[in-house]
Each structure stands twice: as structure tokens, then as C-alpha cells.
Design a protein around this ligand. Structure first.
Ligand code: V55
Ligand code: FE
Length: 496
């Protein structure tokens, strides 16, 4: 039954559940004509309510795209038609239990050995090898048609990708065009196997590394340098027993230290070097680089259980408030005999951990990170926007790691910003030369707005906005240049 009355998703986050096409979206200002491609986002939307209020992010995948051409924008939004989605729709109810716990599924769909059957593809998109995918770290990537966003199906890279699971945030090396991806819990729930793959720019697996982790924990994101692959993880713990007991897949253990793996790209799985340190919650990274025999990683990481509202703690303790991220720099010294990392907090302020960089600089030394934060000093219109004062992400900022300076974009007094995304300016090569885009929730109008700003002058404010006539939140997005995917049908409606 699609009865959402007991759910806590209300207001702007209430379920929408429809598929949409909007031709020639309403715009404010002139959308730059040199932006040609698609801003593709993936998030979760519940077809049926989850079985539990304290579940993890196990909503059905939903993929959407703002397609830019000739200063115009088309919008498409579709469910990702996973086996999970199709089985639920056929049964007209929620068949699946706790996040990443196949033992908690309805007997009609239980299949512990085959996570493909419960993967929801609800986290992030990526375009690589001429294909577009919706991703989730607990199952395979689902290929999606770049124009219609109809689901084509799960993809195993010509049978050469052997891990049962894939990556939420793979990285593409801008020099070689390779995609580096991995599956943790690669051979089954709670397995210590971490299988890592490189996929060449044509979409064929070119290398596999097999390693095992110090202890099984969430490995949501990675980082890549020209020489090394970096795997930050830790804090969350799991076991087959707790899953068989119909509990959550993850518990946060506040007494557990975290770890970061460093794998040489020209080495073997057994060359993985593990570094250790205190309790940290590693979610999203900015970038990394190799300098001599040191690996340097920059990331907006948390001290504590960031998914606290969804994932419980081992000792039953409640966290007082949602932890926000701080921008940190880690040095992993491969010459050192110590297995400890060193860490520096680059800005004391708290930021959104959904950070992005100029993707042309992934693996390379870079200067800028882009992310959002809450400025409580900026105006908020509570009459029109509700009680979100002090809780709305009202700023996108460019963090300059070299000069430690900020350039800020303010979105408005009834808005909150989702993850930003960098769009390189056509023909440019200099880092940060391009646009910063992202989708804001407009609480007064109860609709979503895509903002477009100059990434080198955020303080100047909007270049243009694209207004959707409905709420369209999502989690992660990527910018896809027109030449990266075989766009066809949509081009036809956007000529002239
Ligand atoms: C995160 C999100 C997920 C997930 C694990 O943002 C971690 C963190 C949307 O799914 O499965
Ligand atoms: Fe993520």
C-alpha cells in the first residue's frame, strides 16, 4: 500500500512519486548558450514507504536531467526501474526490509547471494564509456538511456566486473579517461573483500586489484591521484549475526578508530597500505594528489556518525545534533614507518560535506573546493519560507586552499541549496574557469530552482535560474558534456 501517513517525510520532502518531462523550462535571466550537455542527478524517492522509521537510505532510485542546449533547458525525471522497484510495484507494497539487509526481505524476494535483486540505484549518476549509470554502493550500476532516462538494466562491464557491489562515487582520471571503481563487501554482506577495477575510456575493464579491509565498514567515497587510489572508511560496523537478527546493516561504534587505504595504481592488491587514526566519519572527498612519496587528501569529513538520524549507535547513545563536516587535509606518508595519518583542519567552520571540484583536476594538484554552508547572518523570510532560519544551506562557496579565501554566493531568503556542480567553460583549461550550478529548494513557492553562477565570481550572484513547477530534490549530480553521451532524441526538440 502506498500509505505515507506514518512517515516523517513532510513539507518540501514529502514524496512526489511522478515521472516528468518539461520542455523549454521557465527561466529567469539568460542561460549561457555555451553550456551544452546535461546536469544529471540521482536521489531516492519512495514508491512505497520503508518498513521502518529508522531505516537507512533505501528509497527507490530516481534519476533526473536538466538538458542544456542553445540557452534552453529541458527537464526529465524518471524512476530507476530496478528489480527492487519492479517487484514492489507488482506486489503493490514494500517487500524489502532494512537497508542492506537481505535477511529482512519478504521471503518472496530474499536472495542473499544476489544483491542485484535489491539494489536501489538511489545515490549518484556517472557517465563513462558512452553510457550513463545510476549508482548505489550495495549493488550493481544500472544503465539508463541518456535522453529518456528509461532504465536499460544492470551492467557488469562485459562480464569482467566481478564484485557483487559497486561504488557510489567512482572517479574518472581526466588524463587517461579511465574510471576507477570498487566494490566493498564484494563477495557478500559483511565480507572483508574490497575489489577494485579500472575501466578504460571505451568501457572495458583493464585491471582488477583484490584486497581485504582491516574491518568491514562503510566505504562511501574514494579519491584518486595519478599514482594511488585512496579508500577512507571506518566507524560503522556490521555482522551477519545482526543482519540475521533483522537489525540494521550498520551501527556506528563511537569507540572504533577509522582507516584510510592507499593502493598503488601500478601495484597489486597486496601492496595496499593501511593508515589509521581516531574516530572519523568519512563520507565525501574533494581530491587527492601524490607528491613524492606522500599522498595528500582534502575532504569535508565528519568527526561523528553523520547518518545518526538513520543509523543507530552500538551503545544505544543518541547524538545531540547532526554533525556537520569540516574541511580537512590528510597526509599519508608512504616513507614513514608509522601507520598513522596526519590531519589538519583547514577551516574551523562547518560546511556541507557534499563538496565538488573542477573535475578536470581530479588526480592533479588543485586549488579550489566548492561546497555549501549555512550563514545564519543572512536574511531568512520566516513568513514565506517557514521555520528554516539557521537550517537552510543559503551559501555556495569557493574555498581557496592556497590563499585560504572564500568567495560566496547567496541564494535568497526562502531557499536551501543542494549539492553544487562545476561546469567547465568551453575552451578553457584554467582551474575554476566555468559555472557553478545546483538546485535550490524554494520553500515559499514549494518548487525547485536550478541556479547558475560564475564560478570565478560567486559574489556577483545569479547569471540565470531555471524554475521547475514542482519540488525536485535529489542527492548527487554530475555535469555531462554533450560529447560524452549519445544524446539524440532530446536534441531534436532543442534545435534553432
Ligand atoms: C550515503 C548515502 C547512501 C548510502 C550510503 O550520503 C551513504 C551517504 C543514498 O545512499 O547508501
Ligand atoms: Fe554520496
Amino acid at each position: 500500500m502506498a500509505d505515507f501517513s506514518a512517515q516523517n517525510r513532510r513539507g518540501f520532502n514529502a514524496p512526489t512519486r511522478f515521472e516528468a518531462t518539461v520542455y523549454d523550462c521557465e527561466t529567469v535571466g539568460q542561460v549561457p548558450t555555451d553550456i551544452a550537455g546535461a546536469f544529471v542527478r540521482v536521489g531516492g524517492e519512495y514508491l512505497y514507504p520503508s518498513k521502518y522509521k529508522d531505516d537507512g537510505p533505501s528509497s527507490d532510485g530516481y534519476i533526473s536531467s536538466f538538458r542544456f542546449k542553445n540557452g534552453r533547458v529541458n527537464y526529465v525525471g524518471k524512476w530507476v526501474k530496478t528489480t527492487h522497484f519492479k517487484n514492489n510495484l507488482a506486489a503493490h507494497r514494500q517487500l524489502y526490509g532494512y537497508y542492506r539487509n537481505p535477511w529482512d526481505d519478504d521471503p518472496s524476494v530474499t536472495d542473499v547471494a544476489n544483491p542485484q535483486k535489491r539494489g536501489v540505484a538511489n545515490t549518484a549518476p556517472i557517465a563513462h564509456g558512452g553510457k550513463l549509470f545510476a549508482l548505489k554502493e550495495d549493488g550493481p550500476p544500472f544503465e539508463v538511456h541518456p535522453d529518456t532516462l528509461e532504465t536499460i538494466g544492470p551492467w557488469d562491464f562485459h562480464g569482467k566486473y566481478k564484485s557483487q557491489t559497486f561504488t557510489a562515487h567512482p572517479k574518472i582520471d581526466p588524463v587517461s579517461g579511465e574510471m576507477i571503481c570498487y566494490g566493498y563487501e564484494a563477495t557478500g554482506p559483511a565480507s572483508k573483500d574490497l575489489w577494485v577495477y579500472s575501466v578504460d575510456k571505451k568501457g572495458h575493464v583493464s585491471h582488477e586489484w583484490r584486497a581485504t579491509v582491516p574491518y568491514v565498514s562503510m566505504m562511501h567515497d574514494m579519491a584518486l591521484t595519478q599514482k594511488h587510489i585512496i579508500f577512507p572508511s571506518g566507524g560503522y560496523v556490521t555482522s551477519i549475526e545482526q543482519m540475521k537478527a533483522h537489525k540494521n546493516h550498520w551501527f556506528w561504534d563511537p569507540h572504533k578508530g577509522s582507516y584510510i587505504g592507499v593502493l598503488p595504481r601500478d601495484g597489486d592488491g597486496k601492496d595496499m597500505r593501511w593508515f589509521f587514526g581516531p574516530k572519523r566519519c568519512f563520507m565525501h572527498t574533494f581530491n587527492a594528489r601524490t607528491e613524492g612519496n606522500k599522498v595528500i587528501l582534502e575532504a569535508p569529513f565528519f568527526d561523528d556518525n553523520f547518518l545518526f538520524s538513520m543509523l543507530p549507535t552500538t551503545d544505544g547513545s543518541a547524538y545531540g545534533k547532526m554533525d556537520r563536516a569540516k574541511i580537512r587535509r590528510y597526509v599519508l606518508d608512504l616513507d614513514s614507518k608509522s601507520d598513522q595519518w596526519s590531519e589538519e583542519i583547514l577551516w574551523p567552520m562547518q560546511v556541507s560535506d557534499l563538496g565538488r571540484i573542477d573535475t578536470r583536476y581530479i588526480t592533479l594538484p588543485n586549488r579550489y573546493g566548492f561546497t555549501g554552508y549555512i550563514d545564519p547572518e543572512k536574511p531568512f523570510d520566516e513568513k514565506r519560507g517557514g521555520n528554516m532560519r539557521g537550517r537552510a544551506t543559503n551559501i555556495y562557496a569557493r574555498f581557496d586552499f592556497r590563499d585560504r579565501k572564500l568567495d560566496n554566493y547567496f541564494v535568497g531568503d526562502v531557499h536551501s541549496l543542494g549539492e553544487c556542480c562545476f561546469v567547465p567553460r568551453r575552451g578553457s583549461t584554467e582551474e575554476g574557469d566555468g559555472y557553478l550550478i545546483g538546485v535550490a529548494s524554494n520553500f515559499a513557492e514549494m518548487r525547485s530552482e536550478l541556479i547558475i553562477a560564475d564560478a570565478r565570481n560567486l559574489a556577483a550572484g545569479d547569471i540565470a535560474r531555471v524554475l521547475l513547477p514542482f519540488r525536485a530534490g535529489a542527492l548527487h549530480g554530475v555535469w555531462v558534456e554533450e560529447k560524452e553521451l549519445p544524446f539524440g532524441a532530446v536534441n531534436q526538440t532543442m534545435k534553432g
